[in-house]
Structure formats: C-alpha cells, structure tokens
Design a binder for this molecule. Structure first.
Ligand code: BGC
Length: 759
C-alpha cells in the first residue's frame, strides 16, 4: 500500500471513530454495546429486506441497474445524461455563460475545485434531496497531472517508457480521486502531424502505434484493476476521432479523412484503448469528410458500440452538440439533440440540448425509449463500477496528505528526465565539464508558469523549479552562473540585447533558454508557423557573433522550426514543458548527472512549409523527384531522433527464419553494446515495411519499441516476437484486416532483414 492510500485509510478511520461518547461506567458501557448490537442487527435485517436491489452492493451491477431503471421517470433518466459545471472554471476556452442552479438529479458535474468539500456538499444534495439518491459523477480535465504536474503528453511519448507514464497517471488518479474527482477527460490519443495545431501538445505525437501504447498505459494508470478504489479514476479516450487532422492546423476545423486513413492512422489508438478497458469516450468537434463526429452513427454506434462492444458511454465535447448548428447539420438545439443522441452520444457536456429537448423527443416518438434506457444504463454502470452508490463522498483530507507527495514528485521528475531530447551535440559540447562561467540567457530562464504547459490541472507555478533555480543547485561550487534575460518571448524590444551580450562576453559557454509561453499551445492555440518569434532568433544571432559555444534550451508545446537556429548552436536540448520538476532534470542533463535518453515522438520539419511531414507517409510515385526547389525535402530531425552521451554499437539484425507460414511467429533480434563512458538507456524502434501490397502502404510503420538500461561496457539483446497477423497485416477502408503473402521487411535504424510470408 502506498503512503497516500495508507493515509486515506487512516483518515477514514479517524473520521468514523471521532464521534463524542459520553463517560459511562463499565456495566453501562457493556449494556449499551449489547443494545446497540441488537438494534443494529435488527435495523440491518430490516433494511436488507426493504432495501431496493439497486442499493444492495451484494447484487450484480446489471441487476442493480435494471432495478434502478425500472424506478426512474423519463425526466430523471434524461437528467442522468447531462453534465454541468461546479466551481470556478479557469479554462479560457470553456467559460460557461450561465452557471446552472444545481439540480439534485444531475448526472455529472465538471468539478473545478482541488479539494473534496464542495463535491461533498453537491453530492449530499443528490443523495438526500433527489427521489432515488443517485450519486453525481465528478469529472475534471486531469491531462498531465492534477497538482503534481508532469510533462505534457507529447513529451511523455519521447521517454518511450510507457511503464513510467502508467505510474505518472496513477499519481494523477490518486490526487484526483482523493480531491473529489472520479473521472478524467484523458488520454488524448489523436494522432497529430501538424505542429501548427496547438493540441499537438496533448497527444503522443505522429504515430498511431505510439498513441495506442501510451494511451493504453495511461488508461491502466488511471483506472488500475478496480475503479472503486479510493485512488483510481475513470479514463476517457478523446477526441473520437480524427481531430488531429484539423485542416491547416487550425483548431475546430474541418478534417478531410479518407476511409483508408481513418482506419490505418486514426482508429488504432481508440481500438486499443477500448480493449484496455477505457471507461468512457469523448466524441470530437471536427466533421469527418462532411459528417461531424458528434453526429456520426458509424463512428459512435456501428464501430464503438457494435463492433468493439464498448459498454461505457460517450460524452460530447464541450458545447459540441449545439455546435452541430454551426456545422450546418442541425437547425436548432432540438434537432442537434436528436442527431447526437441517435448517433450514440450518451452525455451532453454543456450544451443545454438533452436537458431541454430529449424528453420531448421521446414523447414525440423521434427518439426511442429503449435508446434512452441504454444510455442511462451506461452512465449508471460507471457509477456502480466506481462504487459511488456505496461511497458517494470523498474523505476530506489535508492537502499535504494527498498532493505533491515526495515519491510522486519523484515520478514526475524521472519522467521529465526521460522525455527531454538532445537534438544536437557537436563535439561533445555537453555535458558541461570544468566550465568556470556559464551565462544563462533568454526569456525562459526564470520562468515557472510556462514550464507547466497547457492544461496544467491544479498545478501552481510556485511548485515549479525554474531553469535558473535548477542550474544554481546543480552547479553550486563548480561553475559560476551569470544571467541576463536578453528579450521577452515576443515583441520588438531589443533593449535587453546589450546586457545579454555583456554577460555572454564574460562566460565560457552560453545557455540560451528560449521557447513558447504555455498559452501558445493547447486548445484553440494554433500558430501559422513553428518558428519562434523573430526577437528570440535575433538574440541568438547576436550572441553567435561572440564566437562562444551556444547551447540552445527549448521549452515548447510543439515541434519547432529550427533551420535558422540550428547552424548557430553547438548543442540543442528540447525540454518540452516538463511540469513541476522544471529545471532540475535539465540541470542534471547539462551537468552529466543524467544521461539523456529521450527520442522524438514527432518529426521536427526543416521549416513550416514542409508540413505535413511525418515518417510513415505512403510511398510516392517517383521516389527521387517531387522535391522542394527552395528548401530541403527531408526534416531537420526525424521521428525517433535523440542523442545520448554514451555510444551504442548496434550488432547485426537477425531473424529466426527467412520464410514463415500464416499462424507462425518470428523472432527478430539485435545485439547492442554500450561502448561509451556512461551508463545509458537506449530505445530500439522496430519498423515493418510491406514493399508490395494490394494497397499502397507507408514506407515503414512502427510496430514495437523497447527501452533498456545498458551499463557502460555491457551488452544487451533487443528482441521482438513478430506475430504476422498483428504486425504484417493492414486494415482496409472499412477496418477489415488483411494479411497478404509476400515479402516483408523488418527495419531497425539502417538495417533491414527480409522475410517471406507464404500461404
Ligand atoms: C476540449 C476537451 C475538454 C473539454 C472539457 C473541450 O473544449 O476539447 O478536450 O476535455 O473541453 O474541458
């Protein structure tokens, strides 16, 4: 049991034993106890007999739901399908216009508080004032941590350590549940290949398999094996589906997705997330080739509920049902309610559509009652699974016993260390050894808030260690730090350049800390270019003229355009938005205490004009032509690129067979030695290529990855057991899986091994 759960039980115990008992002598006490026992057994027997089945925890969940449904009126059912807000909403994208008077029958609330008090007050109302005492389900956007904020998802994937991501999500779950939240709108598993889209920060990058693996890890981390545990929460796969394809990277835009691309690129993470048991799904804002996700019967019902047999429910995105009007498929809220509900959206998040119109639609015969029952059943099922009928309230525990627990902060720090990516390290500029004066320059140096990234939950800037603070601790007694801000994140003000140049002139090496403010990525935060504002680039240009080594430290929520900065820098380290651990992991990497092991989960284009550019594109008709005339056609840093301080020598890639039949498996192996001067963790990415197929397949597709710690001087073997049905097959435009006979290539870095699949 973790310290946190321990504390929780302690608290539950204290709460239940602290009632005042008047002083009595021994005989009186004994008599009282006997009476109390008799009374309580009698009452208990009485309650059991009269107790409705839905209140009896010993009954199977489905029987409890049957019983409860049979007692509910249409109005009560409809209310279970609505979600309003409770508390002060800090999300600028979703400021509610009218705060609803809290109804005791409401199905769910988005809960903005970070302690349980307000929840318990609202819950008491539902339990005591509603006719049937159905508990409310409390939700919150816990995206990369609740208070212990860890790196953004795009960064997490660069760790290639799903086990660690699972642990981080378990921390988020513990902090959330103990603070009054039962359900998170996470993970976001939208494959995203356009860095201009601000929400690229929230997902696991450009690759379907990577999104699937990390999506599953986070579902497991949030939910564990038992949703009724006081430290677990329900997950929500979002935004189903294709939101990452928003045209030109502009949020909420149209997406043009062919059936083939829908299935081979966007559906896999959802299919795997459902298999992993994700409790809920959120439908998307975008319309997929003309049909808004919120109104797509195909996506929400035929695939999710019928083909994949998902028994949880779908919540709309915020306001997305009533937005069917803006998307031109519904004339008014009533029609929007009808379309979304018939398509398969069970819960209305802040639309005023189901609460106002669903009952009428049923009475008019447009929406069948059976569908309402099915929707309510799904919502109730989650409430039962979470144990809310038995434990509707959250014990009110002091912050220090549930938030920022040291072992949890440690997980956030470790994840930040593993997710930072060393992009360039010319002539071993890093780690910094025997440097007497380090100049730390740039607008990110002293920042705290921006290191939290977007969707930072209940994170606070004051919990974060800035880059400068991290460096001060790390280099105390070994190097002297000098500081100048140089310039702001944007604008035209060059007045700080002179001081930056003076400071730099005194130093042996320049750490230039640049990047993006946290509001530059996330929802509704699209940018037309991946380049940093000109003022930041100019600062580096001026510093370059001094001829000192430049180490570029970049904190951003998207891949950046570095074609002008790269030639000016000796080393480049992408730290993303690392969360509360802030500058400490970075400082460890700079000093060499930590060996960087992150690798990119998304391509860094040479420049914005290359977008879309991603590693797993389909094969072109003329492989050597079709290049840009004005810029290179290859990216600056490819998917899976990332350097280490040690060197790994890859041995020969071998396969256990060169021919195999359907149903057989294949083992491919590659030995590896750490030949450098430091322990290190290396990730091997295993790609498959199908050179000739009945449809044009990508040039290569990631099918497996593994990260192993290899000590200095040691060797390890990386192994991948290939199951052709899973790894060589492909889906067609309807999601049907095919496995064709022929040649397949297994690729690790620049080595290829060929295998024949025969019938
Ligand atoms: C976002 C979702 C989020 C929801 C609730 C929407 O605007 O698209 O990702 O979960 O708001 O805050």
């Amino acid at each position: 049991m973790t310290r946190s759960t321990n504390n929780m039980y302690k608290q539950i115990l204290t709460v239940s034993t602290k009632y005042h008992i008047p002083m009595m002598n021994r005989n009186q006490t004994f008599l009282c106890l006997v009476l109390l026992m008799l009374w309580s057994t009698g009452t208990y027997a009485q309650t059991r007999k009269d107790q409705p089945v839905y209140k009896d925890a010993s009954q199977p969940i489905e029987s409890r739901i049957d019983d409860l449904l049979s007692r509910m009126t249409l109005e009560e059912k409809v209310m279970q399908l609505n979600q309003y807000t409770l508390g002060r909403n800090n999300n600028a994208n979703n400021v509610e216009e009218t705060v609803k008077e809290l109804s005791a029958e409401i199905g769910s609330l988005i809960y903005f508080d970070s302690s349980a008090g307000l929840r318990n007050t609202a819950q008491r109302k539902a339990m005591n004032e509603s006719r049937l005492g159905i508990p409310i389900l409390f939700a919150h956007d816990v995206i990369h941590g609740f208070r212990t904020v860890y790196p953004i998802s795009l960064a997490q994937a660069c760790s290639w350590n799903p086990g660690l991501v699972k642990q981080a999500c378990a921390v988020a779950a513990q902090e959330s549940r103990m603070s009054g939240t039962d359900w998170t709108f996470s993970p976001m598993i939208d494959v995203a290949r356009d860095g201009r889209w601000g929400r690229v920060a929230e997902g696991y990058g450009e690759d379907p398999y990577t999104n699937a693996v990390f999506g599953v890890a986070s579902v497991q981390g949030y939910q564990g094996d038992d949703l009724s545990s006081p430290t677990r929460i329900a997950a929500c796969l979002k935004h189903y589906v294709g939101y990452g394809a928003s045209e030109a990277g502009r949020d909420y835009m149209y997406t043009e997705i062919s059936g083939q691309t829908l299935w081979d690129t966007y559906m896999l993470p959802y299919e795997e997330g459902i298999k992993a048991g994700a409790a809920t799904v959120m439908s998307c804002f975008n319309d997929i080739s003309g049909t808004p996700g919120t109104a797509s019967h195909y996506i929400l019902t035929e695939i999710l509920k019928e083909r994949w047999q998902h028994d949880g429910f779908v919540v709309s995105d915020w306001g997305a049902i009533q937005q069917l009007r803006s998307q031109g498929v519904a004339a008014d809220r009533k029609e929007a309610a009808q379309k979304a509900f018939l398509a398969g959206v069970e819960m209305d998040m802040m639309n005023e559509c189901y609460d106002n119109h669903l009952a009428t639609l049923v009475e008019e015969g447009t929406v069948p009652m059976s569908l309402v029952d099915d929707a309510v059943r799904r919502v109730l099922r989650l409430k039962f699974r979470l144990g809310l009928f038995e434990n509707p309230y959250t014990p009110e525990i002091p912050e220090e016993e549930r938030l920022l627990l040291p072992e949890n902060v440690d997980i956030a720090r470790q994840l930040a260390e593993e997710s930072m990516v060393l992009l360039k390290n010319e002539n071993h500029t890093l780690p910094l050894k025997n440097v007497s004066k380090i100049a730390v320059i740039g607008p990110m140096t002293q920042e705290k808030d921006h290191l939290l990234g977007s969707w930072y939950g209940h994170g606070r800037g004051r919990d974060v260690e800035s880059i400068y603070e991290g460096l001060e601790k790390e280099f105390a007694g070994t190097s002297q730090l000098l500081y100048a801000q140089g310039c702001a994140f944007d604008g035209e003000d060059r007045s700080g350049f002179a001081e930056a140049l003076r400071t730099a002139a005194e130093a042996d090496v320049l750490l230039v800390c640049l990047g993006e403010k946290r509001a530059w990525s996330g929802e509704n935060a699209s940018r037309s270019t991946l380049a940093l504002p000109a003022i930041q680039e100019e600062l580096v240009e001026e510093l370059y003229a001094l001829g000192k080594p430049i180490v570029l430290i970049l904190s951003s929520g998207r891949p950046l355009e570095l074609c002008r900065l790269e030639p000016l820098s000796n080393a480049i380290l992408e730290i993303w938005q690392p969360g509360i651990a802030g500058g400490t992991p970075l400082a460890g990497i700079l000093s060499g205490r930590v060996n960087p092991s992150g690798k990119l989960s998304i391509t860094f284009p040479y420049s914005t004009g290359q977008i879309p550019i991603y590693y797993n594109h389909r094969q072109s008709a003329r492989t050597n032509q079709g290049k840009y005339q004005d810029i290179p056609s290859t990216p600056l840093y490819e998917f899976a690129h990332g350097l280490s301080y040690t060197t790994y020598e890859y041995g020969t890639l071998t396969a256990s067979a060169t021919t195999l039949k359907r149903g057989e498996k294949l083992i491919v192996e590659i030995p590896m030695s750490n030949t450098g001067a430091m322990d290190g963790a290396e990730t091997v990415h295993w790609f498959i290529r199908d050179p000739v197929s009945s449809i044009s397949r990508p040039v290569k597709e990631l099918k497996h990855f593994e990260k192993q710690l290899i000590r200095q001087g040691e060797s390890r073997t990386f192994r991948f057991e290939i199951d052709p049905e899973r790894d060589f097959s492909f889906v067609d435009a309807t999601g049907k899986r095919f496995l064709e006979a022929g040649e397949y290539q297994v690729i690790v870095k620049d080595q290829v091994v060929k295998v024949q699949l025969v019938d």
